[in-house]
Design a protein around this ligand. Sequence first.
Ligand SMILES: Cc1cc2nc3c(=O)[nH]c(=O)nc-3n(C[C@H](O)[C@H](O)[C@H](O)COP(=O)(O)OP(=O)(O)OC[C@H]3O[C@@H](n4cnc5c(N)ncnc54)[C@H](O)[C@@H]3O)c2cc1C
Ligand code: FES
Length: 287
Amino acid sequence: MYKIFKKEVLAPTIILFEIQAPLVAKKAKAGQFVILRIHDEGERVPLTIADFDRNKGSITCVFQEVGKTTRELGCLREGDSIKDFVGPLGLPSHIEKYGRVVCVGGGVGVAPVHPIARALKEAGNEVTGIVGARTKELLFWEDQMRAACTELRVTTDDGSYVRKGFVTDLLKEAIEEKGDISLCIAIGPLPMMRAVCDLTRVYNLKTIVSLNSIMVDGTGMCGSCRVTVGGEVKFACVDGPEFDGHQVDFAEMARRAVIYKAQEQLALEKYTGKIAHGCSCGNGGGR
Ligand SMILES: Cc1cc2nc3c(=O)[nH]c(=O)nc-3n(C[C@H](O)[C@H](O)[C@H](O)COP(=O)(O)OP(=O)(O)OC[C@H]3O[C@@H](n4cnc5c(N)ncnc54)[C@H](O)[C@@H]3O)c2cc1C
Ligand code: FES
């Protein structure tokens, strides 16, 4: 069992867990993920390693409540335990001294981009961080990102904080201002990563994205996380999750992301029906 050391509601529907997992923490690197299962009947859910503390033996994950399992997870409290916690999975981010880099995090993608930005800065890069959220209350980790980057630029879709616009608006400005950016890392919702790639392609700026395709085993055996990159079939769990964004077939990814929509909806309806009759989590699941 894996104990939840710390729980923090970062924003409505966005929750941070620090989980006791010393063996995972010992080997974790930026860019990798874990697959957890809350209990014996639970489904397997992949979450990115947002931080790790080797001395404490802990892994930090930040997740958004989007469906049945993430809502159930959000009902757990400090001191509760998770049944399975497998990792670190996937290939770590490639970290080297590139010179000037931009790290873009959209929505809950701010959490996974954070350790990558930090590692790139530690490797001697000048890191421009760009973070964005739909609205002010959904923005989190501004201070952590400011510390992880050389400079940070912030935007909200509705203009409720700092300035109005999308992360792509800030990215375009940064590219045109700085001129010699060597690499862009973008993590966030699929449409955001696609929009970033459409922009950086124009500037011939190499862009790495982290793909959150549907995963089951996380070890390259089931094929559910299949993506097409540069015309070749890849498995995001073992060949990724990071890929050259200019080579990713985003249209196929978008189609595959919704293939279980009806089942996911049914699972959520059954679950919310159940909790309406007696959930005792008491925290509102961060909602
Ligand atoms: C490598 C990787 C890292 C991820 N890291 C994070 C993270 O750090 N924080 C975060 O909030 N989310 C992350 N996700 C997405 C997260 O796994 C899904 O939101 C979660 O599985 C949804 O489960 P659910 O039962 O709550 O929702 P459901 O209603 O089952 O699904 C909602 C949506 O989530 C996606 N999804 C569902 N099941 C899976 C699955 N097994 N694998 C991947 N996606 C799925 C689908 O697009 C689906 O439409 C990551 C996904 C991957 C593949
Ligand atoms: S999750 Fe099964 S092959 Fe990747």
